[in-house]
Design a binder for this molecule. Sequence first.
Ligand SMILES: [Zn+2]
Length: 307
Amino acid sequence: MKIFDAHCDVLYKLFANPTLDFSASPELQVNLDRLTASGTKVQLFAIYVAESVHPDLKFEAALRMTDLFYDRILAPCPQVKLIKNRQDIEQLGDHEIGAVLTLEGCDAIGQDLLKLRTLLRLGVRSVGLTWNYGNYAADGALEERGAGLSRFGQQVVQLLNETSTMCDVSHLSEKGFWDVMECASHVFASHSNSFKLCQHPRNLKDDQIKALIQRDSVMGITFVPEFLAGKKEAAVDDVLRHLDYVCSLGGEDHVGFGSDFDGIEFTVEQLSGNEQYANLLNQLQKYYSDIQVRKFLYDNMASRLPL
Ligand SMILES: [Zn+2]
């Protein structure tokens, strides 16, 4: 069965350790071997610049990760194709895998729209305004101030609208989420779970999930144990609990997966690398019809992601 995964941090790992090889390094939870084994058809690759990088060097780090995306993922793997829009996905051949470049947090652009325009021209198709903390654009989910969009953040969203770039609401503060919902044309949540089931500030409350559903958008359930079960351990059934809950809010056609592989220290049991999507598939098939499973693993993201 085809898989569409809306978030991973393999670029961050390649940036941190240049000796890693995307085609087969076992240290990578997402590599070509694993993507092929799982049947992944489309994978989003995030540029994530760590908090520890000096602000003056953040844009350069984002450019280096963009370079890694082209040089270490696309160039050596001819079966991995750059995806810039939905048509590119539809044109993928049987054994080809689509790769979408995304930006996780606007920290790397400081307060300079030229830097964002540059990243968009280099192929970035989805932009999250923040990681967990505040920046010039907005506050993240763990920033206690809890502010929404700044004036600069509004300019960022305007540029995303003008360029038909997706605006990713995962990681935003609650106020930031609602501000973005008001002004962004193409919203989705790449890797977020239900706050009702797990009271973590990174998760989405019912009204937020319902608002995404109402916009005919999509959210990716993420495999982060802390956001699934509030602790370092979680099971595949916890993933199903969150999925089922989103369905109970009317989200059967609006939910998929955004694993966060290579961005997580602790993993869900039996879901510790991309090829283990097979275990999730097995469990899903126990409770859902084939059509539903296909929707969750691929169709909802492929048809509703505002690419
Ligand atoms: Zn993240």
